[in-house]
Design a protein. Structure first.
Lengths: 328, 293
């Protein structure tokens, strides 16, 4: 087996908020005891509802947000502390793609200047080679060369996201974390950008962590999918497996909600209740108030993420290695 | 075949527009006038020594309180027979030097403190904000009076004192904008690219907040001129025989009914200069922003 490019072990991030000066401190476990590995060239999809901690996980992986517990190792070395010179230098190898490309671009600089910037920062490539590389990157992401001197607000949403992607690729990173990279785009543009990302990944051998709430998109790009619920990974398996035979009740509900072209949506499992408040976690398995199969044990103890089949891990008391949950 | 003369569709020959036409097209007339006025003021300040027809203390005792328009004294003379034009030219120099240096001082320190607060947060931010609140709550004129009364009036002291004026506004603006930029958006994106804090603040955040700071500067500049005028008017600013715009207004007040020109000349200059700065500053802000073009 190939050594993982990035490995996270037991990551936790707790945000504390206080209402007023003397108010009660309430803590939100955005990410709770998450471990994962990404191998070189692999795409890990992270899916979950809003508030499930998937964006926080992305930031923890890149060391933008410090984890309170656990550690991240990149190429076998621990992730440097945020803001240090080593951390800055390590950015050449890992990059982040934001959800809103207009916010992520400096509106006072032209596209070409911004695509060039990572090379200027890390002093990669010399002089005119940088200019050539900007042109090559723009071509690779499908921007016209006459758009080089445009400002971000003069481009369309899809073109901006292409510019952001070109900027992220400028230093030849090994890992890219995409946080909802296409959810701000039109569906037709989404497909273009996703296909482009996939092609670029094949070409450059990038590893990618693809965070999204959109299962259709994740199915399209990811080799492996981790499903998050309230800060924990509830199921992790290769993409085909998770979409063909989801095991965790939450995953099953998610997968059953994705329409398949040409077929009526059948066997739809509709979740009851609201997504719970992360500041007020249910006891035991966080999913039990909405789970149609919940038993007494679910209310009492937190299920661990454990391997249930080859290549598949799930965190559910009712999923065992032999058979699917009851009534499946 | 006879050459066909190409005519403009609406009649008349097609001509290349002259550069004055281009200028008039891109720059509104009020801005042109404002810039022209400011340029004149700067030139007057720079070449004050050459332009002055008389020394500022030269007295022409036989020609006291002469009305403007006389051949020897274009803007008349004051109660001691000193030429108003000569004194006005010197006043423009003194007042502009004070206002420019003070505006730059307060913009520099205010922005630096604001960025420091945004960068380091925590205790640094608290200290900067407490100082800003303190400055905003303090009646500045009274504090200046106290300082000048204690330490005596000197040009350096006045410039430094005026440099204190309005820094809290820059600090608040710079801090607020830098914090919001760092929390999300372009600044955090650049940090994520591995840029040093210096690069983040000076190459990205500063150009993005500059338009707001420039507007703040155009507001502070007239205020400093007025503040200096006020102090000089009260007799604690620029000390005679040296002269400034406010000082001239202050001393001209006594002759307001008999010789209004002593006071009106500097008052007009103050008004036109502050107006021009506001107009040009506002226009400049729009021009510097690529998203407005």
């Amino acid at each position: 087996m190939v050594a993982p490019l990035i490995e996270a072990a037991a990551l936790s991030r707790v945000y504390e908020t206080r209402r007023g000066v003397f108010g009660k401190v309430s803590s939100v476990r955005a990410v709770d005891d998450v471990s994962l590995k990404v191998s070189p060239g692999e795409t890990l999809g992270v899916v979950g509802e809003s508030g499930s901690g998937k964006s926080t996980l992305g930031r923890l992986l890149l060391g933008i947000d410090p984890a309170q517990h656990g550690r991240v190792t990149f190429e076998g070395k621990p992730m440097p502390t945020f803001g240090t010179a080593e951390w800055r230098a390590s950015r050449a190898k890992m990059q982040f793609i934001y959800q809103d490309p207009l916010a992520a671009l400096d509106r006072r600089l032209t596209i070409a200047t911004q695509i060039r910037e990572p090379m200027d920062i890390h002093e990669l490539f010399e002089g005119s080679a940088r200019t050539d590389r900007v042109a090559a990157l723009m071509a690779a992401v499908g921007l016209r060369h006459d758009q080089a001197n445009r400002y971000p607000h003069e481009l369309s949403g899809g073109q901006r996201q292409r510019a952001v992607i070109a900027r992220a690729l400028a230093t030849r990173p090994k890992l890219i974390v995409c946080d909802e990279p296409v959810s701000a785009l039109d569906v037709s543009i989404q497909a273009q950008v996703v296909n482009m990302l996939r092609d670029l990944q094949d070409e450059l051998g990038l590893a990618m962590v693809f965070i999204s709430h959109d299962l259709k998109v994740v199915r399209n790009v990811a080799n492996r999918v981790a499903v998050m619920y309230l800060g924990r990974i509830v199921e992790e398996a290769p993409s085909d497996m998770i979409f063909a035979s989801p095991r965790h009740p939450y995953t099953r509900a998610l997968v059953s909600s994705v329409p398949v072209p040409g077929q009526p949506l059948k066997g739809r499992m509709i979740l009851q209740g609201e997504p719970p408040n992360p500041a007020d976690r249910p006891s035991g398995c966080a999913f039990h108030p909405r789970c149609p199969f919940a038993i007494e044990l679910c209310r009492a103890s937190v299920p661990e993420l454990r391997p249930v089949e080859d290549l598949r891990a799930a965190a559910c008391h009712l999923v065992d290695s032999a058979n699917a949950p009851i009534a499946a | 075949m006879t050459p066909v003369e190409i005519t403009h569709p609406y009649g008349g020959k097609a001509r290349r527009p002259s550069w004055t036409a281009i200028l008039r097209h891109t720059v509104p007339l009020s801005i042109c006038l404002g810039m022209l006025w400011l340029l004149t003021m700067v030139l007057v300040a720079v070449f004050a020594d050459l332009l002055r027809p008389y020394g500022i203390t030269a007295m022409d005792l036989s020609n006291r309180l002469v009305a403007p328009g006389s051949t020897r004294h274009w803007l008349g003379t004051d109660e001691l027979g000193r030429d108003v034009l000569a004194r006005l030219i010197q006043s423009i120099r003194v007042s502009l030097v004070i206002a420019f240096s003070a505006t730059i001082l307060s913009a520099f320190f205010g922005t630096a403190l604001g960025f420091a607060a945004a960068k380091f947060r925590g205790i640094v931010e608290h200290i900067v904000l407490v100082l800003a609140d303190f400055q905003a709550a303090l009646p500045f004129l009274i504090m200046s009076l106290a300082v000048l009364a204690f330490f005596g009036s000197s040009m350096t002291l006045i410039v430094c004192l005026m440099g204190f004026y309005g820094w809290e506004r820059y600090a608040r603006i710079a801090r607020g904008l830098a914090v919001s930029a760092s929390a999300q958006g372009y600044a955090s994106a650049v940090v994520q690219l591995g840029a040093s804090p210096f690069r983040v603040y000076f190459r990205h955040i500063l150009p993005n907040v500059a338009s707001t700071l420039i507007v703040s500067m155009t507001l502070t500049f007239p205020e400093i001129i007025l503040m200096e005028s006020g102090l000089s008017f009260l007799g604690l600013g620029v000390q005679p025989p040296e002269t400034s715009l406010g000082n001239m207004v202050g001393f001209g007040r006594e002759y307001l009914t008999r010789a209004p020109w002593i006071m009106l000349a500097p008052a007009t200059v103050i008004m036109l200069t502050t107006l021009s700065i506001s107009l040009v500053g506002d226009w400049l802000r729009d021009k510097l922003d690529p998203t407005v073009r």
